[in-house]
Design a protein around this ligand. Structure first.
Ligand code: KIV
Ligand code: ZN
Length: 546
């Protein structure tokens, strides 16, 4: 059998998906995700955009140093200061890539307040500068699918001559449709082959694609491009990313695998880790996965109609083209259940298998174990999902400005719901107690917290889900708050949903306060929207959302 051409899986969850409003990740959370991506065996991790904030710089630098396996990539606009900062962040990494980009469509050129010649020169100069730091250089003509084709081909040619080893064709605004996009990629691939034969190039070049999902076509466009000669797919877990998101990694990977007969391509991703990785990203970014999401949604393998259930029971392949266990959905028989009798070592060991390394004797392991015992007492059986919710609650590294000391809620069919909370603020000795009433117990608790903390954040989103089933199930609440132009998402888990709601609210408030103190820098929700206009012109350090 002919060997399958390998596809490079380039994960940009930590860069493009981290631009999702409210998806605030700390350096430590980014490292945790990066280690998990390495286990998942993606080929390249785009770890961040170092010029955008000190936190992003630190995250890229630590990931480049500490995460083994994949190539670690940093993003930079086509500006010397961006490229130098990205190179500095990558300095101590072993396998690194510098990715530089500039808009080439009429809309983006106009926004840059440049002409096409100037953009061309900036592209070439930035690739050459990146090459002086790093052998592995990727260049993206942003908004390629709305660019003039002659200009696009010429910029691509010049970038390769300047040393780019990967040319990424972004469908930045999700405008492409599969047939047309596949055809564009085919022509670029052929044209590069022709130019390279004529000895213009001194190295081989990989064609990559980066598709956004504004028309719901990101994965389809990516697959059409791969079928037509692209050999790198840029994607994110759960399809997260700017606006409607990016091509979803799990969909691209499983399409390549399930339809090898059609694509004839292979990739090295460990499909058994798709669901655990999706869940880790969802939990840390505070963005729930829609139940009907392909591969990783809770209903992706649920058969509810009688005919479907009957068919699947008789022969699985009647209604299933993939097996849930092949993408990492645990089957009841293989589930590990811990109980109040499980020791610290068993909990630590199970957490390590789930991707959370807690050091023996560390405060975090102690706190996690104490919480585990409390939950095990109430719930009797603690599943992996519960354990992950507990550990995510206990290992956050955002400073805890607002700490809950006491909560009492009164509610009932003929009472006005009311709540009393006591908070310790900034670790002071003095506790602040306030009471409030509300439409419901959660609303009353949130109003009491606002009074005690002296804040007036706007509740943008509130979501609750049961982590496992049964009357004693743990509930996980995700809350999104905005205040003074910042937005942050918090999470909380407990067997008591009011307590989970309060924890999530305080977590979001702590994140908001951290954002405000750091000038909004922990999040890459950059203030200038698509900010390209001021990007290369002003010496502002504010980087654009891409
Ligand atoms: O969407 C986009 O064009 C990008 C580039 C930086 C590749 O994210
Ligand atoms: Zn993008």
């Amino acid at each position: 059998m002919a060997s399958k051409d390998p596809v490079i899986i380039f994960d940009t969850t930590l860069r493009d998906a981290e631009q999702t409003p409210g998806a605030t990740l700390t350096v430590r959370e980014k490292l945790e995700i990066a280690h998990q991506l390495a286990k998942l065996k993606v080929d390249v991790i785009e770890a961040g955009f170092p010029i955008s904030s000190e936190e992003d710089f630190q995250a890229v630098s630590r990931i480049a140093k500490e995460v083994e396996g994949p190539v670690i990539c940093a993003l930079a606009r086509a500006l010397p200061k961006d490229i130098d900062r990205a190179a500095e962040a990558l300095r101590d990494g072993r396998k690194v890539r510098l990715h530089t980009f500039i808009g080439t469509s009429p809309q983006h050129i106009a926004m840059l307040r440049k002409n096409a010649d100037e953009v061309f020169q900036m592209a070439v100069a930035s690739v050459a500068r990146a090459k002086s730091f790093c052998e592995d250089v990727e260049f993206s003509p942003m908004d390629a699918t709305r660019s003039d084709e002659n200009f696009l081909f010429n910029v691509v040619d010049a970038a390769i001559k300047a040393g780019a080893t990967t040319i990424n064709i972004p469908d930045t605004v999700g405008y492409a449709v599969p047939l047309q996009f596949g055809n564009l990629i085919w022509r670029i691939v052929q044209w590069i082959k022709m130019n390279s034969k004529e000895n213009h190039y001194h190295h081989s070049v990989v064609i990559s694609v980066h598709c956004h999902d504004d028309l719901g076509l990101a994965a389809s466009n990516t697959l059409a491009a791969l079928k037509n000669g692209a050999r790198q797919a840029e994607c994110t877990l759960n399809g997260l990313g700017e606006r409607a998101g990016n091509a979803s990694l799990e969909e691209v990977v499983m399409a390549l695998r399930t339809r090898q007969d059609f694509f004839g391509l292979s990739c090295g991703v460990d499909n058994l880790l798709l669901v655990p990785t999706s869940q880790m990203v969802s939990r840390l970014m505070g963005i729930t996965v829609q139940p009907n999401k392909a591969i990783v949604g809770a209903n992706a393998f649920a058969h509810s109609s009688g005919i479907h259930q009957d068919g699947v029971l008789k022969a699985r392949t009647t209604f299933e083209i993939m097996r849930p266990e092949d993408v990492g959905w645990g089957t009841e028989g293989t589930r590990i259940v811990l109980t109040a009798r499980s020791g610290r070592h068993a909990v630590q060991d199970r957490l390590a298998k789930l991707g959370y390394k807690l050091e023996k004797g560390s405060d975090e392991l102690d706190r996690t174990y104490e919480r585990f015992l409390m939950v095990a007492d109430k719930k009797k059986e603690v599943y992996d999902e519960d354990l992950v919710a507990i550990v995510s609650d206990e290992i956050r590294d955002i400073p805890e400005k607002y700490h809950l000391e006491y909560l009492q809620v009164v509610s009932g069919t003929s009472t006005i719901p009311s709540a009393t909370v006591r908070l310790r603020i900034d670790g002071s000795f003095q506790e602040i107690q306030e009471s409030a009433w509300g439409d419901g117990p959660v609303n009353a608790a949130y109003r009491a917290i606002d009074k005690a903390a002296g804040v007036s954040a706007k509740l943008e989103e509130y979501a609750i889900r049961a982590i496992t089933s049964g009357a004693e199930a743990m509930g996980e609440v995700t809350v999104s708050l905005s205040q003074n132009g910042h937005r942050a998402t918090g999470r909380g888990a407990s067997t008591d949903i009011i307590e989970a709601s309060v924890k999530a609210y305080l977590d979001a408030l702590n994140r908001l306060s951290f954002l405000e103190q750091n000038g909004g820098q922990v999040s890459t929700a950059w203030p200038n929207g698509n900010g390209q206009a001021e990007a290369p012109l002003a010496e502002s350090s504010a980087a654009p959302a891409t």
